[in-house]
Write a protein that binds this ligand. Structure first.
Ligand SMILES: Cc1cc2nc3c(=O)[nH]c(=O)nc-3n(C[C@H](O)[C@H](O)[C@H](O)COP(=O)(O)OP(=O)(O)OC[C@H]3O[C@@H](n4cnc5c(N)ncnc54)[C@H](O)[C@@H]3O)c2cc1C
Length: 435
C-alpha cells in the first residue's frame, strides 16, 4: 500500500504549535465542514445515547479516515506520524470541543500497544512506515504475546525466531490474541537465544498476519462472541526491518507495550478506549431511578440502593480522575511506569461490581438477552443486556495482566517491597522447567 505520512493540511486549518484560541476555531470550522449533520444534530439533541441510535458502528468506521486524516485523532503526536504536534494544554481544549460528538479512536491495540513500542524503541523509518496508516485505521493491529505456557510469566515464552539470511523465521503458538482475525499486523515476542536467561533471549517483531504460514483460529468466549484467537506461526518470514529494538532486547520493548496496555484497560490510554466510562455508573443511577418509576423492585427511594449506587458512582469518578492524571503526565512527556498498574487493578474490580449491581437492580429482567446486543456500551445506552456486561466483566481482572500480577508490580516497583523470589534467575531459558 502507499503510505502517505503526515496529516492532510487542506482539511484542518491549524498550524503545529497553535494556541488554544486558534485551535478551537479550527476544530469548530472542521466539524462544520466534515461531521455528518445528522450526527451533529443527534449529539446536540440527545447526547451520546441519541448519537448511538443514528450512528451505527459501520458508518462511523467508514467515515473515520476523514477524522484521522485531520490529525485530530492523535493531536499531540508529531505531524509526520499523523498528529498535530499540539501542546498538552491545547490538545485538552481540542478534546473538549470534540467530546460531545464522541469521536472515539479506532485501532486501539495499534495506538495503545504497538505505538508506545515504536515511539520508545522504533527507528524513524519504522515510525514513518507504520504510524500514519495505524492512525487512519487502514492497517489494524493486534497483540500476539501470550502463549499456552506463558501468560503471567510472559518471559518464559517459547515461540522461536531463527535467522534466515537477512530475515527471520518465526515458529510457535500464541493464544488469546484479541482481534487477530481482523488484524493486518501483530506485535509479537519470540525467542532468539534459548541459551540466554529468559528475559535476555527475547526479540520484539511486527508480524504481517497475511504472510504465508500464519494461521489464525478464532475462539468463542463466555458471551458467545468471537473476540480472541489462537495464532499459529509455521516458519513465517519476517523482515529484519520489522524487528523493533535490538536482538535480545525484546523484553524492554515489550514493557512499553505492556504499560500502554495497562493504561488502555484502565481507561487512561491514548487510544480512547474506556471500558467503563462515566456512562456505566450514570446508567446505574438511571436504572435505580427507573425502578422507582416502574415500581419494579428496589430503586432510588431505597436508601440502601442509593448508598450502594453512589459508592460505585464515586469510585468511578476517582477512577476517571486518576486516569486523567496519568494521561496528563503522558502528554507532558512523563513515562507512565508501574503506576499504570494502580488504575488497572482498580478498574477490574470496579467494573465487575458495577455490572453485578446492574444485574441485581434488574432482577429477572437481566437475563432477557437476545445473544447479540449487550456489553457495557449497550448497557450504557439502556439496552436490555446487562447480564452480558456482567459476564464480560469477569475478564477485566485477567486481560492486560491479572490483578494478582499487577499487585506484585505495585508491591515491588511502587512500594519498594522485596522482589518475588525466582529460583531460576540467571539460568538459561533452555534449562528452566515450563508448564
Ligand atoms: C479478554 C482477554 C483478552 C486478552 N487479549 C490478549 C491479547 O490480545 N494478546 C495477548 O497476548 N494476550 C491476551 N490475553 C491474555 C492475558 O494477557 C493472559 O490471560 C494473562 O496475562 C494471564 O495469563 P494466563 O491466562 O496464562 O494465566 P496464568 O498466568 O496461568 O495465571 C493463572 C492464575 O495464577 C495467578 N498467578 C500467576 N502468576 C502469579 C504470581 N506470580 N503471583 C500471584 N498470582 C499469580 C494469576 O493471577 C491467575 O489467577 C487476553 C486475556 C483475556 C482474558
Amino acid at each position: 500500500m502507499t503510505v502517505v505520512p503526515g496529516v492532510d493540511r487542506a482539511e484542518l486549518a491549524m498550524s503545529p504549535g497553535a494556541d488554544v484560541r486558534d485551535a478551537v476555531v479550527a476544530v469548530r470550522t472542521w466539524l462544520d465542514a466534515h461531521l455528518p449533520p445528522h450526527w451533529r444534530d443527534a449529539a446536540l439533541r440527545g447526547g451520546r445515547e441519541e448519537l448511538r441510535r443514528v450512528r451505527p458502528f459501520g458508518d462511523y468506521e467508514e467515515w473515520y479516515p476523514t477524522f484521522a486524516r485531520s490529525g485530530l485523532a492523535v493531536a499531540t503526536w508529531p505531524v509526520a506520524y499523523g498528529g498535530l504536534d499540539l501542546e498538552p494544554v491545547v490538545a485538552r481544549a481540542v478534546e473538549a470541543e470534540l467530546a460531545p460528538f464522541n469521536l472515539g479512536r479506532l485501532n486501539p491495540l495499534g495506538l495503545n500497544l504497538a505505538a508506545p513500542a515504536l515511539f520508545a524503541h522504533g527507528t524513524e523509518e519504522q515510525r514513518l512506515r507504520f504510524l500514519p496508516p495505524m492512525v487512519r485505521n487502514e492497517e489494524k493491529w493486534c497483540q500476539l504475546f501470550s502463549e499456552p505456557g506463558a501468560g503471567s510469566d510472559l518471559a518464559s515464552l517459547a515461540m522461536r525466531a531463527e535467522r534466515d539470511g537477512d530475515d527471520w523465521r518465526l515458529t510457535g503458538q500464541k493464544v488469546w490474541s484479541t482481534w487477530a482475525h481482523m488484524a493486518d499486523f501483530g506485535v509479537t515476542l519470540a525467542r532468539t537465544d534459548p541459551d540466554a536467561p529468559k528475559r535476555a533471549g527475547i526479540t520484539y517483531f511486527l508480524v504481517d498476519l497475511h504472510a504465508p504460514g500464519v494461521d489464525v483460529r478464532p475462539l468463542r468466549h463466555l458471551t458467545g462472541e468471537i473476540d480472541f484467537n489462537e495464532t499459529f506461526m509455521d516458519g513465517v518470514l519476517v523482515s529484519d526491518f520489522h524487528r523493533v529494538g535490538g536482538i535480545g532486547d525484546g523484553w524492554a520493548v515489550a514493557n512499553a507495550t505492556l504499560s500502554g496496555e495497562r493504561q488502555m484497560v484502565a481507561g487512561a490510554g491514548s487510544g480512547g478506549v474506556d471500558r467503563i466510562g462515566g456512562a456505566a455508573a450514570e446508567a446505574l443511577v438511571a436504572l435505580a431511578r427507573a425502578n422507582d418509576v416502574d415500581g419494579r423492585g428496589s430503586g432510588w427511594s431505597d436508601p440502601q440502593v442509593r448508598q450502594a449506587v453512589m459508592r460505585l458512582w464515586s469510585e468511578e469518578r476517582i477512577r476517571a480522575w486518576t486516569n486523567q492524571r496519568v494521561r496528563a503526565g503522558l502528554k507532558a512527556g512523563r513515562p507512565p511506569g508501574p503506576a499504570s498498574s494502580i488504575g488497572k487493578v482498580h478498574q477490574g474490580s470496579l467494573n465487575q461490581r458495577i455490572q453485578a449491581m446492574a444485574v441485581d437492580l434488574l432482577g429477572a429482567r437481566a437475563v432477557a438477552w437476545d445473544g447479540h446486543s449487550g456489553g457495557p456500551e449497550a448497557y450504557a445506552a439502556g439496552l436490555p443486556a446487562p447480564v452480558k456486561g456482567m459476564l464480560r466483566s469477569r475478564a477485566n481482572t485477567i486481560e492486560g495482566g491479572t490483578t494478582e500480577v499487577n499487585k506484585n508490580i505495585l508491591g515491588e516497583r511502587v512500594l519498594g517491597l522485596p522482589r518475588e523470589r525466582d529460583p531460576w534467575a540467571g539460568a538459561p531459558w533452555r534449562d528452566i522447567p515450563r508448564s
